[in-house]
Design a binder for this molecule. Structure first.
Ligand code: M6R
Length: 611
């Protein structure tokens, strides 16, 4: 996720671009840049690594008479945060600049072709490929709009782009596929941006750009065309939100927005990595296949929600790779003298990549010369630098303290890693891996289905708002789902919530079950489904109120429950990525009913950098 902005008008462009970027910084903030058209003198470009303030402090010499330009605030996906990987990217001619939000899935292939035909690359970004492709089209005599349109034919993946060229004064061409893009028009001015907040100081009349559309902006006009160049009549929306609401995309809170972003977070994490053969592209691989084949044991370490993703992955890893796999809460790992050696693979799981407990666990493993992989959402974070290989979750920045979209992205990234290792070790047949990957690609639409049922989950939370004690039960991969459901409820609603494997209740905790206690069971279909229902019956007999996460149409589960949170079914090992969403929404609604600030729960920090 990144933020792009463009302005063309009769006023100075730079202040409009910098203000727009400031309101888009929530979309990414590891580097920023602008490109301005200088009347009669080409383009002026400035990029800086770090937060937007670094760029703002470096534009004192910008041409004041530039009235057209584009800007970018970055959340790195390809290439670490640095000045040369910051946007705008160029084709090296000095005449063309492009900003981009999204991922070009086939960029390696395109880059190879371009290099073979003589193009020189200066960055590690996928975006630079787009700059060279546009330049080639212009060299063939095409207009800037047609050159940008050609990107929609040659590039795969998700992207929103804005392009300026020195030979087309006053013109910005933008295009979109999947990644968001909005345009606005005012007297003698036109704007384009990744999100509405960047436009609000200038206009409340917004044009929504759809997939595979090209936008030509000139002062006072916006023209939208389709893939074939046919002019379209754009949909005009009047925005009534204030800036803060707009940053939240009209949602009440960042947490709710991020829950809704989960299908995209999962899609982007899978994007470009799901070759039918089961091959996985690790973002930064400093480990050979032989080193990975030699691994005889895996440790997965993380904290909080990341630990729960690791718990899910243990089931997948052991099942698919037949490697022994242990999971550890990172703060415990190095203090228990674990058996780690050169054939051990340690996977550190962390949204931020900066959690002190997980960093220390990884350093411990490094001292024993283990192989280390980081699964993180932040490019070039401490863990990414420490590890031998990195698998990034492309969830975009997460602002709500409660992890949601990054968790689901971790779950699918770790599932991919498990399939990759299984492929390397030859423990899964290619055809089986292909079927699994095909189902993994269906997960975003299953998540969408659950999110679409938020209004059915809300009344359940409403009815249980005053309950003091919750127990979350699950078995198999349903157990980490129960753990995560309980953690979400605890941290944002402050209700007491304990999670147990269903079979463990009879060994003690069942003494706490009495009328008024709520038991939330993860009862989706699995090889332990009948066992879970048996455990739920035991709770029901003792007077507990039962809430079940169950698969659509499961009358047996419904017969045992006071309330059902319905979810679509999927392959058992992937079910956490779907079932968890129902529990996130349950926790969200209950916390809101209790009047809590879900984005900033008490006593918590988004990133915990102390041990
Ligand atoms: O950045 P990390 O994933 O390493 O953070 C780990 C935990 O602090 C984090 O998951 C925490 O539990 C969240 N607040 C959960 O919602």
């Amino acid at each position: 996720m990144c933020g792009i902005v463009g302005f063309t008008g009769s006023d100075a462009a730079l202040p409009v671009l910098l203000d727009g970027l400031a309101s888009l910084e929530y979309r990414g903030y590891d580097s920023a840049g602008v490109a301005l058209q200088v009347p009669g003198d080409g383009l002026w470009l400035r990029r800086r690594s770090g937060k937007l303030a670094e760029l703002t402090g470096a534009v004192g010499d910008a041409p004041a008479d530039a009235t057209t330009g584009i800007g970018h605030t970055r959340w790195a996906t390809h290439g670490r945060p640095s000045e040369r990987n910051a946007h705008p990217q160029t084709d090296g001619s000095g005449d063309l600049a492009i900003v981009h939000n999204g991922i070009v899935e086939n960029f390696l292939e395109l880059r190879e072709e371009l290099e073979a035909s003589g193009h020189e690359f200066r960055s590690e970004t996928d975006t630079e490929v787009l700059a060279h492709l546009v330049a080639d089209e212009l060299a063939e005599g095409r207009s800037l709009a047609d050159a940008v349109r050609s990107l929609l034919h040659s590039a795969d993946g998700s992207f929103a782009v804005a392009v300026v060229h020195a030979d087309d004064p006053g013109l910005i061409v933008a295009a979109r596929r999947v990644s968001p893009l909005v345009a606005g028009v005012a007297d003698e001015a036109a704007f384009v941006a990744s999100d509405i907040p960047a436009l609000l100081p200038h206009t409340r009349e917004v044009l929504v750009v759809d997939d595979d559309q090209v936008v030509e902006l000139r002062p006072g006009s916006v023209r939208i065309t389709d893939l074939d160049g046919t002019e379209l009549t754009p949909e005009l929306r009047t925005i009534t939100w204030d800036v803060e609401q707009a940053e939240k995309g009209g949602y009440e809170d960042f947490m709710l927005k991020e829950i809704h972003e989960q299908p995209a977070a999962v899609r982007d994490t899978l994007s470009g990595r799901t070759a039918p053969s089961g091959e996985l592209m690790l973002d930064e691989l400093r480990l050979s296949e032989d080193e990975l084949r030699a691994v005889d044991k895996v440790f997965l370490v993380g904290c909080g929600t990341s630990y729960h993703a690791a718990m899910v992955a243990k089931y997948a890893l052991e099942h698919w790779t037949r490697l022994p796999c242990e999971i550890d809460i990172a703060s415990e790992f190095r203090y228990r003298d674990p058996v780690v050696d050169t054939r051990t693979l340690v996977v550190g799981v962390s949204q931020s990549g900066e959690t002190a407990d997980t960093i220390e666990a990884m350093k411990y493993a490094k001292r024993w010369d283990a192989r280390i992989i980081a699964v993180t959402n932040v490019v070039d974070s401490s863990m990414a630098r420490l590890a031998d290989a990195v698998l990034y979750t492309h969830a975009g920045p997460e602002i709500g303290v409660a992890a949601t979209k990054t968790h689901l992205a971790q779950v699918v990234a770790l599932e991919l890693l498990a399939l990759y290792l299984a492929g390397l070790r030859g423990t899964r047949y290619t055809s089986e891996a292909r079927d699994l990957l095909a189902e993994l690609c269906e997960i975003p639409s299953r998540i969408e289905t659950v999110i679409g049922r938020s209004d059915d989950i809300h009344p359940v939370a409403h009815e249980l708002v005053d309950v003091r004690d919750f127990f979350f039960l699950g078995r198999g991969v349903g157990y980490p789902v129960a753990m995560e459901g309980a953690l979400k409820l605890k941290e944002i609603s402050y209700a007491r919530a304990e999670a147990y494997p269903g079979g463990e209740m009879k060994h003690g905790p069942i003494a706490l079950i009495e009328p008024g206690t709520v038991v939330v069971g993860v009862a989706t279909r699995s090889h332990v489904y009948a066992k879970v229902l048996g455990n739920i019956s035991e709770m029901r007999t003792r007077g507990a109120t039962i809430v079940l996460v169950a698969n659509d149409g499961d009358d047996t589960a419904a017969g045992l429950a006071d309330h059902v949170l319905w979810v679509p079914s999927t392959i058992e090992l992937f079910s956490p990525a779907v079932d968890t969403v129902a529990l996130q929404l349950f926790a969200y609604h209950l916390a809101k009913e209790r009047g809590r600030d879900v984005d900033k729960p008490r006593n918590l920090a988004k990133t915990v950098t102390v041990e």
